[in-house]
Write a protein that binds this ligand. Structure first.
Ligand code: EPU
Length: 370
């Protein structure tokens, strides 16, 4: 692939590039599998003054009906050990690698820390953006640093050697929080992540406090002397039971974030809803008695509102997980983002009325002009 003429496709349907299978036409689209193709695509965007939208598997985005951008389908590949010491290993993984395959590979290599995050859809480059998390673990705990290209400065890039233009943020500078990072805030739509450097452990310490994971391991009798593969297999089994496979039923995982509240709000909530499940929150605040934070599962709030079986046209709430919105549409009559957001707004309004909490949409809502 040598010229932007071969690389850039126009008016591309993105329905197969987002797991919600929303109908969306991109003004321009390029598959980025080498630094050379990235360089060509960025030069094209600079010359045409067209905005850029990097995507991975599209497992956490809500695409508008038309995207007036050049969509960069980031398929950069490669896994490379950077350094190691007695206890840790640092591994650089290219943004286009499959997240789940990377987790399995790390376990096979006896590199530990990612096992609770098995089977999360998407590619490695997307993981830091929303600080993916599951079963009591967030990816921020295993990230050393994130490498990226600044998309708002493409006129200044060294197009002859794009690698010279790669910048790095350490994990501490990524402002990781629950499903949040600087890449969704100050740097939103301004970066293309090229790779992530993970710091993994050489010895295995199971993280099995999350109730459904602990129960699962208890049932299978493997709780003592656990291996990382056993933890990953338990996570895979739970996820497969509860979460619809996007290849079979279109969805973007949890559609809403869980509710995070402080001690005062929590005391009021739990006195009115004594049977509600809750977790103490994983966050950067010090857990002193005064600033402890709590997470209430939004799935429970939605279910309590009687919405679990709700369906409107082709959009509905998944029958096994109230936090997941699914799209039943056939490809001949595809769903649009407007219909989806309209459905979500009804859920948000009902939960607000009944509990006073405003649910936040978890996937990134992409504006038509990024
Ligand atoms: N619950 C219900 N009804 C339901 C589902 C769950 O009442 O339909 C209640 C139950 O009490 C259950 C609790 O909610 O014990 C928690 O449910 P679950 O363990 O399924 O997790 P979640 O809070 O709904 C979060 C993440 C998931 C992650 C799981 C496991 C968010 C937004 N979602 O869901 O992440 O897999 O925990 O750790 O934090 C994703 O981000 O796409 C995602 C799937």
């Amino acid at each position: 692939m040598n010229t932007s003429i071969d690389l850039i496709q126009h008016n591309v349907n993105l329905q197969n590039h987002n797991t919600l299978r929303l109908s969306s036409i991109a003004q321009a689209y390029a598959k980025i599998d080498t630094f050379e193709s990235l360089s060509h695509a960025l030069q094209f965007a600079a010359a045409e003054k067209i905005a850029l939208l990097p995507i991975g598997d599209g497992s956490n985005i809500i695409l508008p009906a038309t995207v007036e951008t050049l969509v960069l389908d980031v398929q950069l590949r490669g896994i490379q050990v950077i350094k190691q010491d007695q206890n840790h290993i640092w591994v650089e993984v290219a943004a286009g690698e499959s997240w789940h395959q990377w987790v399995l590979h790390s376990i096979q290599q006896d590199w530990y820390g990612l096992e609770n995050l098995a089977l999360i859809p998407g590619r490695v480059g997307a993981a830091p953006i929303q600080n993916i998390g599951a079963y009591g673990c967030e990816v921020k705990s295993s990230i050393d640093s994130v490498n990226f290209i600044a998309l708002d400065k493409i006129n200044d890039l060294n197009s002859l050697d794009i690698k010279q233009s790669i910048q790095t943020l350490t994990a501490a500078d990524c402002q990781f929080a629950y499903r949040e990072s600087i890449f969704k805030q100050a740097l939103a739509n301004k970066t293309l992540i090229t790779s992530v450097v993970f710091q993994l452990n050489k010895s295995f310490t199971p993280m099995i406090d999350y109730p459904s994971l602990a129960n699962r391991l208890d049932q299978t009798g493997t709780e003592s002397d656990l291996s990382a593969a056993e933890v990953a297999n338990a996570v895979i089994a739970i996820r497969s039971e509860k979460l619809p496979d996007p290849k079979v039923l279109a969805n973007a995982g949890s559609f809403f974030k869980n509710i995070e509240i402080d001690q005062t709000q929590f005391s009021e909530f739990i006195s009115q809803n004594p049977d509600a499940p809750y977790y103490e929150s994983l966050n950067n605040l010090k857990d002193t008695a005064n600033n402890k934070r709590y997470k209430i599962p939004s799935a429970w709030l939605i279910e309590r509102c009687g919405l679990k079986a709700k369906r409107s046209g082709d959009i509905g709430i998944h029958q096994h997980q109230a936090l997941v919105i699914v799209n039943y549409a056939e490809d001949k009559t595809p769903t649009t983002a407007v219909e989806l957001i309209d459905f979500a707004s009804q859920i948000i309004a009902t939960v607000k009325e009944q509990f006073g909490f405003t649910l936040q949409i978890e996937p990134q809502v992409i504006p038509s002009q990024s």
